[in-house]
Design a protein around this ligand. Structure first.
Ligand SMILES: [Zn+2]
Length: 253
């Protein structure tokens, strides 16, 4: 299904900044995809088929061991996209991309991007910058798992997801969360109950509602601020890139 030019594009940060001449070319190739929690849209070391630009879905990039256990490396919401490694000439994905929050995304065939990369200057540059941000997040995640406590990491994970998706309620079971945060189920269960006692979250059946983001941020490790800084720098650099490519008079504000 091809989408009509309009609203959805403006709801993804990268696409909202793509200059009109590139957008004109891209528009007929976009489809709106409805994505469901747990769906895998990209497998590590397999060819990237589509780039997914979330509108209100969230996609997590995960590492997976031989027995299928996964750990969340970072998450993307409407700030970014999956499949961005194709901008660096990679045919295959570096990590598994899994839908973490159901919702819509615009998808673009990776082949369209690769065959037309010469005319997609902004999009290519934007994806390269996005890859740099992902690398920074992966570095932060790695040191976080080595140096910070379970409580700090769980709080950080919840705050980061609140920030990047703009949502307050997540349909996460304890099992799912434990896998994502890379901790034991019993530990995550006890920590969530403790957070609920402190009125930081509210737990419902397979659902975590964030009640006090400031309180959760205090419980989290400094990695929250580091990740936010990386995201902010990425957003600023994309805005500068967009501004430098627009003719005078129609520059984004
Ligand atoms: Zn940390």
């Amino acid at each position: 299904m091809s989408i009509a030019p309009g609203a959805e594009i403006g709801n993804n940060y990268i696409l909202s900044l793509v200059p009109e001449q590139e957008l004109e070319f891209l528009r007929p190739h976009f489809e709106v995809a409805q994505l469901h929690m747990g769906e895998i849209v990209e497998e590590a070391r397999k060819p990237v088929q589509f780039l997914y630009f979330p509108i209100d879905a969230a996609i997590s990039f995960t590492g997976r061991d031989e027995s299928g256990h996964t750990v969340d490396v970072t998450v993307t919401g409407k700030d970014g996209c999956s499949g961005s490694c194709v901008a660096q000439g990679s045919e295959t994905s570096a990590s598994t991309a899994m839908i973490q929050v159901s919702g819509a995304a615009l998808r673009l065939p990776a082949s369209v991007f690769k065959q037309n990369v010469d005319r997609l200057h902004f999009l290519r540059e934007a994806l390269i910058r996005y890859n740099l941000m992902l690398l920074r997040h992966a570095v932060i995640s790695t040191s976080c798992s080595q140096f910070h406590t379970g409580e700090q990491r769980l709080a950080r994970w919840l705050v980061a997801h609140g920030h990047r998706t703009g949502l307050e309620a997540f349909p996460f079971s304890v099992d799912f969360l434990a896998g994502q945060v890379g901790q034991r189920r019993t530990e995550v269960d006890a920590l969530l109950k403790e957070f609920q006692k402190q009125d930081l979250v509210k737990l419902e059946h397979n659902k975590v509602i964030l009640k006090d983001m400031a309180g959760l941020t205090k419980r989290a490790c400094p990695c929250v601020a580091k990740s936010e800084e990386a995201t902010e720098e990425y957003r600023r650099s994309l805005m500068q890139l967009a501004t430098s490519q627009q003719p005078e008079g129609i520059r984004p504000g």
